[in-house]
Design a protein around this ligand. Sequence first.
Ligand code: UDP
Ligand code: MG
Length: 328
Amino acid sequence: MLPRKPNNELILYLVLPCYNEEETLPYSAEILLRKLSCLIHEEGLISEKSRILFVDDGSKDRTWETITQLSNASPHQISGIHLAHNRGHQNALLAGLMYAKDRCDVTISMDADLQQDIHAIEQFLQAYQNGCEIVYGVRNSRSTDSFFKRATAGAYYSMLKWLGCSAARNAADYRLMSAVSLQALSEYSEVNLYLRGLIPMIGFQSGVVHFDVSKREHGTSKYTLSKMLKLAMDGITSFSVRPIRLVLGLGALIFTISMIMIILFIIDYFCGNTVPGWATLSCSIWFLGGVQLLSLGIIGEYVGRNYEETKKRPRYFIADTVGDEETR
Ligand code: UDP
Ligand code: MG
């Protein structure tokens, strides 16, 4: 186990990516400030240098102004960073974690709408003190999700497991990471980020904390269907080349079947059976066309991602910061 500081010197950063969250932030900040003060003064679990870090993911509303106001009102508890563009939840989260890495001993990441139960924080810290460098938050049930989200999430995690990605089922981006594990994470340079799959690859001792999810109180979900699909695709293509192998397997199978068919046709021809053959012909054209397009699509997905990765474009830019005090 790596050495641990005494509780009153342990600096915790709560990292919250925010995209168009002006309605939620004042409420979330109030709840978190109370929690932070309780953790510092009443429970004595963390140092008073601990902070809340809001990452504005290039919002289009007044999120950044709100963060600035909140930080000015509590300069020793709230900091903010402002990304130059909307880069998506995973990149915003990474930006926050990388910013916090050199300023604190542990981070806990969570959503800005505080749907995840903040009372699990004590358990996260306990697991850290027991030697875990990474502690995953796993949700108890998905009862607050829509039927569609529950069904697709279940199927998706089963598929990821089958593809060989070790992301924990129902693991959210509610997670504790120590400065040591963040340093390791910073060495990965992929552009198509899927942190839930990437972080288990880092290794280190890890633990799990179970938590409840409540409904969003203010504002609406910022995860649109297209953002969710992008995340799902990143998850699949970042961790497995199995889909491409499947395409190869499918091709081999169809080739074998077609060889058998050709032999059958030749036998038919010599036996003098003239088959009308229209149905067979049109079916095979449709079938082969479909399989080819599908296979091309899968391969194209990988080629496209390869293209993005080889360009090694920066993942985000920090345009502005607020409440940036040296804490370490
Ligand atoms: N989010 C973000 N960038 C985006 C979309 C979402 O930083 O492009 C943040 C959002 O502000 C929130 C978190 O990701 O803190 C989770 O989003 P949300 O609660 O809307 O998703 P849901 O809970 O509906 O899955
Ligand atoms: Mg939410």
